[in-house]
Design a protein around this ligand. Structure first.
Ligand code: ADP
Ligand code: MG
Length: 272
């Protein structure tokens, strides 16, 4: 296999030192059929894949190929119609809705394209919200939220309302909210979909730092190849199946790319 090619099969990836059972996410022949009465939509058609701790996976594929369906299953928002899903060794495919909600709250952080922040609520309060189930004191909850805001570089914006923050900052608040319960895995479905290209790379810088420095496991959906190359691994979906699963050979590093990108505002001044 040519090492200089843009990507190579995942089998060329160094074998994890731990056993296969140590996979954080283990999907086995997962199918998802949406039953709409008259029609059935077969959104996932036998997906088998693993994600190990510390991985950074970008899920790609055309619209309708099943990416969000996969994320909802991985994130315990939905259950497979057939097949098995093991999360950290626990079979969650048979869990009740209440059990799924408990796992979701403890293990999983979610970030969406729409930031989904509460408008009349400060950044700090938005980030505090998911800690309400953890049985902590107000002081402990606030401290967790401040720590999470610090992880995304926004501790000095804690009293701002969403309307007083840029799109990129709002998404960082949403990431802090996803991180506040110290999840094992962060799932992001098109997190840069509403952001300009520089702000998108700034977001990738945060994801790469969380992945590198804190070993946070990341699974991110994007339809932009430019964004996917910041991940370590790309999985491409087509018609509900995995079409390709590759290691990113020429990985991009946001820290290196950012200084080469124009800052918003400068560009416009030059044109005047
Ligand atoms: P992607 O995120 O790759 O665009 P989705 O997972 O959202 O794809 O959708 C895969 C397929 O499943 C599509 O045909 C879509 O219309 C269908 N689908 C997704 N969610 C639902 C749902 N809640 N009910 C019915 N069909 C759905
Ligand atoms: Mg989608």
């Amino acid at each position: 296999m040519n090492q200089t090619s843009a990507s190579q099969p995942i089998t060329a990836h160094p074998k994890p030192t731990t056993t296969a059972n140590a996979a954080m996410i283990h999907l086995e022949h997962v199918h998802k059929v949406y039953d709409l009465g008259e029609v059935q939509v077969h959104a996932l058609r036998g997906v088998t894949m693993e994600v190990h701790p510390g991985e950074f996976v970008a899920i790609m594929g055309a619209s309708g190929s099943g990416k969000s369906t996969l994320m909802n299953i991985i994130g315990c928002l939905d259950r497979p119609t057939r097949g098995r899903y093991m999360l950290e060794g626990h079979d969650v495919s048979e869990f009740s809705k209440i059990e799924l909600a408990r796992v979701r709250n403890r293990k999983i952080g979610f970030v969406f394209q729409q930031f989904n922040l509460l408008a009349r609520t400060t950044a700090l309060e938005n980030v505090e919200l998911p800690t309400i189930y953890a049985g902590l004191s107000l002081e402990e909850r606030e401290q967790l939220a401040i720590d999470a805001l610090r992880r995304v570089g926004l501790e000095d914006r804690r009293q701002h309302f969403p309307s007083q923050l840029s799109g990129g900052e709002q998404q960082r608040v949403a990431i802090a909210r996803a991180l506040v319960n110290r999840p094992a895995i962060l799932l992001a479905d098109e997190p840069t979909g509403n952001l300009d290209s520089r702000t998108s790379v700034e977001l990738m810088e945060i994801f790469q730092r969380l992945n590198d420095e804190q070993n946070l496991t990341l699974v991110l959906v994007t339809h932009e190849p430019d964004i996917a190359r910041y991940a370590k691994r790309n999985v491409i979906f087509r018609d509900g199946r995995i079409q390709r699963d590759t290691v990113v050979a020429n990985r991009a590093y946001a820290r290196e790319v950012l200084p080469t990108l124009p800052v918003i505002g400068e560009e416009e001044e030059e044109e005047m």
